[in-house]
Write a protein that binds this ligand. Structure first.
Ligand code: URA
Length: 247
């Protein structure tokens, strides 16, 4: 995500914003090797190499959080309707983080937040097929045929979804709890798949990214993820080295 250079420099501890503006005007700051002298210039701190007098400015410390998102929050960074946003739940986090993928306003559960654009890309890129697992409580009692339709893929927006892994966890009077694992991220995908088979969602919760489980984290709470835990997201298919990450 692009931000004004003076803001990035200030956050990296190079200088105050005012001082950073002077450095820019003096032609001492370069982005990817090109000197920048406009005060309005922007860069993506996660992707660009920013230098002061030719020396790279220390990149912002990477941070990886796992939040148990409660229902009633949006995962965008601002909301025109003024609803609460997930980053309101973070206190004492200096870095500007963004959610990796979305969860609907009404959906709860595991949400990774980070300032690492590369990691977010790998988690969201369909080529890495990172599984996301959901617990869905649905209306009624889906038959085996209907569950098989989910397993075979459901046509949404004219395209068939990838086969889902589905397990019935509990059947109660009027409702069924199912565990569903998919690796795509179409808008409201699980809700729409279940609506298509005639069993609309009552509640939906994401319980895991790959083999990284939400566990007992209370709703509204978050914790930092370790390198070992991040590896679990990719279930062994790790797309890049984790050299720079803390253990
Ligand atoms: N599928 C949905 O329908 N909603 C979510 O929030 C996530 C996946």
């Amino acid at each position: 995500m692009e931000e004004r250079l003076q803001k990035i420099l200030a956050r990296a501890g190079v200088a105050s914003r005012r001082k950073a503006e002077e450095l820019i005007l003096q032609g001492r700051i370069a982005v990817d090797g090109k000197v920048v002298t406009e005060l309005g210039a922007k860069a993506d701190p996660a992707a660009a190499t920013i230098t002061l007098d030719g020396r790279p400015v220390a990149a912002e410390e990477k941070i990886y959080l796992l939040l148990n998102k409660p229902a009633g929050y949006v995962t965008t960074l601002s909301d025109p309707q003024g609803r609460p946003i997930v980053t309101d739940l973070l206190t004492g986090i200096r870095q500007r983080v963004f959610p990796v993928g979305r969860l609907d306003y009404d959906t709860e559960g595991a949400l990774i937040l980070t300032n690492d654009g590369q990691l977010a890309h790998f988690i969201l890129h369909p080529g890495y097929e990172v599984n996301k697992t959901y617990f869905a409580v649905v209306k009624g009692s889906p038959s085996k045929d209907k569950i098989d339709r989910l397993r075979e893929g459901i046509v949404l927006d004219g395209r068939r979804t990838w086969p889902a892994r589905v397990r019935v966890v509990a059947r109660e009077k009027g409702a069924t709890t199912m565990e569903i694992t998919i690796h795509e991220g179409k808008k409201r995908q699980v809700r729409r798949m279940l609506a298509e088979i005639g069993h609309p969602v009552i509640t939906l919760k994401r319980t895991a990214y790959g083999n990284l489980e939400l566990g007992a984290l209370p709703p509204g709470s978050y914790r930092r993820l370790t390198k070992k835990e991040l590896k679990k997201v990719f279930s062994g298919k790790i797309p890049f080295t984790f050299k720079k990450l803390p253990d």
